[in-house]
Every structure is written in structure tokens, then in C-alpha cells.
Unconditional design. Structure first.
Length: 582
């Protein structure tokens, strides 16, 4: 059934007049003359924000649909002094070009006023929500999943820790500097990285281009940044109730064409997953075995060999250990332990063809590798509860699962003119791993076991176009083909058309209509092996990919008194309807 989402955020002021021109340019470092991707570009009139945008990977920006009149435009970037210019938009004139050269700002210690709200802006042309790190001063214990839960309208945290978006269970994909990070082993609670490494996060919860496949109920585009300037280091620590504590250390330098950023953190707590409960036997308040410890490590190397090339290498490793408070209200003694280890290595290269001062064609190649493991060990004194029918003997189950996913994202974008562009590409990956389950009864005697190899692959090919016949209308259309191979499910295919029609009557309003066919494959992992053993050799029906028809109607409106509102209604028909895709 249709669902409606609504939220408001601080923003700016609409303008009147005839809409006829764009504002474009580039933002660079004044000392190194290197592009500044992710810089914030704000257009103001009479002291109020009209609209805002961000620079692309090569430091370029475009502001569409401005009326005639006088404006001020300001460029901002973390670690640089902001720069502001006055511009005049003439009636019926060509696009106005305004470049910025930002001067690095020396780091100075200063008092910060910590505010609770997550700073999220709305892109008034797409309706996407955008989180900016330079406007956020979160607690040291903040995590990336908490930012998702607090920043996305329609996101909620499940009791087990994962994020549900628009009612769907974990059907979202992270992209780090343009390269996807595949999902980990189901049940894993690892964070990808410390929020300190984030420059900007763009959340897409509808209106997806054909480029985005697989788990795309939400696409989380994360851009990271190497801070400006020479060598810099900072450390922090915190302590709280239930023995909560953590430490972090960040190192960075950015000189010439090469820069790097290293981040490491540790967090520990005795309130990992569940609240306190009453002991059913005595009525006393008890905190069941609920300890957890997280380690995160992230490294980024950025190399700019020329004004037309950008190379990013992102490295991550994280480990989560915690006691599983399973059945903590049922009076059954359990002292279980789980360890998840996840890592990813992303290498992205973007090359621009033609004039480096203009937005021409570009080629992007991203290579990614994802490794993950999950080990679950019952406590020595656990009350065995798992039964293999028809044998009535209860068993404890140990779990050892791991996987490796390797893939490639390759696409080419050609901007034919100010009114048309095309993009073609592919996203393909191969997964290998294993799932081992071992059981023992209450006396430690071995029981049934299973060992399964994980073998699967995903291949996606897409083509899409953007046509802008006038400043008030944009048409985005595309076609995507997916092929999915997973254990027991055989080969699954789908051809998915997508189209979005956007109408921009003025800078204060955006209206869009969207239809997209979605193909959401299951994880390559498959728990049917141990399930089959438990059911006396009777195998369950394999989990098949979810195939959706997605319809959406959306509106973004900017009020004169400094508020932006987004209203969207959507209808999704799924077959089969699968809440948990694993």
C-alpha cells in the first residue's frame, strides 16, 4: 500500500522572476591548484539561501534554473577559508561561469557547541537527503548506522541492530567514493568506518537511475576526504555508564598530488544490544551477558596525477565481539559469544576527457574486494535447545561462516550538450566462501553437522540518459539487465526499465514522477544446509530474488521562512515479497 514520508529542514528562500540561466564553475585549492570535490556551493539573495549544490569529483558545480537578478555565491570546504562573489543573471543570457580558488585555513583549536540534530539538507532537484560532516558535531560514540537511522526519513533501527529503511530489512547498499561495498555475512553488526572520515553522505530512497541495482531500497553514497594541509593528528576518548568507553586516533597529510588519511577507533560497552530485564526467578534487575567491543580501522590514499585524473584507494578493517543476549527474558542460561570480522578494499580511478575546466566525458573504473566472517560459539554451560526432527535430543549449534567478494564497476559518461547526456556501464562480482555448522548435546557429544561452499555471482549491465529540453523539465530514462547465480536458486535474470520525469516550475518547487522495475537478489550465502539437516533431509524452497514494480510521486518545496519540506508517496508491488533477503 502507498506510504507517505514527510520532514522539514532548515534551508532558504525562493525567488520570483523569469527562470532562464545556469551558474557553473570550478572550485580548486589556491596553493596546489587541485580540484576540491564535495565542496559546498551556496547561492544567496538578500541574505537568504536560494539553493545549494556540491562539486563533483573534479571540483565542478552547476546551479540550474536561476531567475534574472543579482545574487551572491559562496564556496565552502573543510580546511579552507570560504570565498564569496557577487553575480548578475541577465534575462535570456547564457550560463554564468564563476570559478573559486580557496585558500587553506590553518587548524585552530576552538570551543565547539555540540548540537543533537543531524544536519541534513535536501537536494531540491532530486529530493535526495544529504548529510554534511562539517556541520555535524556528534558524540565520540556515534556510528555510521546511527547517522543513517537519524538522518533518513523512513529509517528505523531493528532490535538486533540493523537498519530498516521504508519497511525493508537491510536492502540498502553503501558506495564509498563511487565504489560499492557488498553486504556482509547476515547477522554481522560491524560498522564500515568511523564517521570522522566522512565528508558527505547522499541518501537515495527513490527515483533510482538504471546504474543502481541489487539492494537499492536505499543507496548510501559516501564520499570521504583527506583534510587539507600538512601533517595532522588528533586523539579522543570517552567514558560512560555500563562501562562504556572508547578511544580514537586520526592521522592525515595532504601536500602536492598525494594525500592520506588514517583512522582507528575502539569502543566497548556492557549494554551492547538489549536493555536490562527482570530475572524471572528472583525478580532482580539483571544485565544478561551483554558485553560488546568494536574495533575500526580506515585508511584513504588519494593521488591526483593530473587535472584530468583522480585515484582513490580506500581500505577498511573492523572487528566486533559481543555476548549474545539470546532469550534473555526466558530464564534459559546462555553465555554465547559472537565475533564478526569485515574488511573492504576499494580502488577507484576517474579520468576526464577534453577540457579539464568543463564538464565533458569521463570514465570511471572501480575495483572492490570484500571479506567477512562470522563465528558463533555457545557457552560451556548453555542449555541446549536446537532439535533435529525426529530426534528429541537438544543440541547447541556453533557457526563458522566466511566469504570473499571481488568485483568491478566500470562506466562511461558522455555529456553531449547542456541538454543531454548518456551513461553506460557494468557492475559485476563473484563470491566464494563457506558455511560450517557443528552441534553438540548438553554433555558435549557431537551431533549433526553441515559444511557448505558458497559459490555465486552477480552481473549487471545498464544504459541511461538524461534529457533536459528546457530548464523546467528533465527526463531520466534507463534500462538495466541483471543476472544472479546463487546456491540452489539456479540462474535468475531480469530486464528492468526505469524512467523519471521531473518538473521545476521555479527554484522553490520540484515535482517528480517515477517508475522503476527492481531486481533485488538474495545474498549468495544460504542457510538451507543446516535447515535441511534439522528437517531430516527435507530441503526448503530456495530463496529467490525479489522482483518489484516501484511507483513514486514526489514534491520538494522551499518555504520563504527558511524551511524545506519533502513529501513523497510510493507504491511497491513485490513478487516474491521477502522482508529478510537472507
Amino acid at each position: 500500500m502507498p506510504v507517505v514520508l514527510f520532514f522539514v529542514l532548515l534551508a532558504g528562500n525562493p525567488t520570483g522572476g523569469r527562470l532562464n540561466s545556469d551558474l557553473t564553475g570550478a572550485v580548486t585549492d589556491s596553493s596546489r591548484h587541485q580540484p576540491l570535490p564535495g565542496a559546498d556551493v551556496v547561492v544567496l539573495q538578500a541574505g537568504r539561501t536560494i539553493t545549494r549544490t556540491n562539486t563533483d569529483a573534479f571540483g565542478h558545480y552547476v546551479v540550474h534554473n536561476l531567475s534574472e537578478g543579482s545574487f551572491e555565491i559562496e564556496a565552502r570546504n573543510i580546511g579552507y577559508h570560504p570565498q564569496r562573489f557577487s553575480v548578475t543573471i541577465a534575462a535570456g543570457g547564457d550560463a554564468v561561469v564563476r570559478d573559486f580558488q580557496l585558500a587553506p585555513s590553518p587548524l585552530q583549536l576552538q570551543t565547539l557547541e555540540v548540537q543533537a540534530p543531524i544536519p541534513v539538507a535536501i537536494d531540491t532537484r532530486t529530493g535526495n537527503q544529504v548529510f554534511k560532516q562539517d556541520e555535524y558535531h556528534g558524540a565520540p560514540s556515534s556510528t555510521t548506522s546511527q547517522i543513517l537511522q537519524q538522518a533518513i526519513a523512513g529509517a528505523a533501527r531493528a532490535p538486533t541492530g540493523e537498519v530498516h529503511i521504508r519497511g525493508q530489512h537491510a536492502e540498502y547498499t553503501y558506495y564509498i567514493d563511487g565504489v560499492p561495498v557488498p553486504a556482509g555475512v547476515s547477522g554481522s553488526l560491524n560498522e564500515l568506518f568511523d564517521p570522522a572520515v566522512v565528508n558527505q553522505i547522499e541518501f537515495q530512497t527513490g527515483g533510482w537511475d538504471a546504474e543502481y541495482g541489487n539492494k537499492n531500497v536505499a543507496v548510501v553514497n559516501v564520499s570521504t576526504k583527506v583534510p587539507a594541509g600538512g601533517f595532522h593528528a588528533d586523539a579522543s576518548s570517552f567514558y560512560g555508564a555500563f562501562k562504556s568507553n572508547g578511544q580514537s586516533l586520526n592521522l592525515s597529510t595532504n601536500a602536492g598530488k598525494l594525500g592520506f588519511f588514517l583512522s582507528g577507533s575502539r569502543q566497548s560497552t556492557d549494554m551492547r544490544r538489549e536493555p536490562l530485564v527482570l530475572d524471572p526467578a528472583t525478580g532482580d534487575v539483571s544485565n544478561f551477558h551483554n558485553h560488546g567491543e568494536d574495533l575500526f580501522g580506515f585508511g584513504k590514499i588519494q593521488y591526483l596525477p593530473s587535472s584530468r585524473d583522480i585515484v582513490n584507494l580506500d581500505l577498511n578493517w573492523s572487528r566486533t565481539r559481543f555476548g549474545v543476549p539470546y532469550d534473555s527474558t526466558g530464564g534459559v542460561f546462555l553465555d554465547d559469544h559472537q565475533q564478526d570480522i569485515n574488511s573492504f578494499q576499494n580502488l577507484g580511478w576517474r579520468h576526464q576527457f577534453g577540457d579539464p575546466n568543463k564538464q565533458g566525458a569521463d570514465l570511471f573504473a572501480g575495483f572492490f574486494h570484500r571479506n567477512g566472517s562470522l563465528k558463533y560459539t555457545p557457552g560451556l554451560n548453555d542449555d541446549a535447545q536446537f532439535v533435529f526432527f525426529p530426534n528429541p535430543t537438544p543440541f547447541n549449534v556453533s557457526e563458522d561462516r566466511s566469504f570473499n567478494t571481488t568485483g568491478l564497476k566500470l562506466d562511461y559518461t558522455a555529456r553531449l550538450s547542456e541538454h543531454a547526456q548518456i551513461k553506460v556501464g557494468t557492475l559485476s562480482s563473484v563470491t566464494r566462501g563457506h558455511e560450517d555448522f557443528v552441534t553438540t548435546d548438553q554433555n558435549g557429544n557431537p551431533g549433526p553437522a553441515s559444511n557448505s561452499d558458497l559459490k555465486g555471482s552477480d552481473i549487471g549491465v545498464y544504459a541511461q540518459t538524461s534529457i533536459v529540453p528546457t530548464e523546467k523539465i528533465e527526463i531520466r530514462a534507463g534500462l538495466r539487465f541483471d543476472r544472479h547465480d546463487a546456491p540452489f536458486a539456479d540462474r535468475q535474470n531480469q530486464l528492468s526499465p526505469r524512467i523519471r520525469l521531473s518538473f521545476f516550475p521555479d527554484p522553490a518547487n520540484t515535482i517528480w514522477l517515477y517508475y522503476g522495475r527492481q531486481f533485488i537478489p538474495t545474498n549468495v550465502e544460504d542457510l538451507r544446509a543446516i535447515t535441511s539437516v534439522a528437517q531430516g533431509g527435507v530441503a526448503a524452497t530456495p530463496t529467490l530474488p525479489e522482483r518489484d514494480h516501484f511507483f513514486e510521486l514526489g514534491l520538494v518545496h522551499r518555504f520563504p521562512f527558511g524551511v524545506v519540506a519533502r513529501l513523497s508517496a510510493y507504491h511497491k508491488a513485490s513478487s516474491p515479497g521477502i522482508d529478510d533477503n537472507t
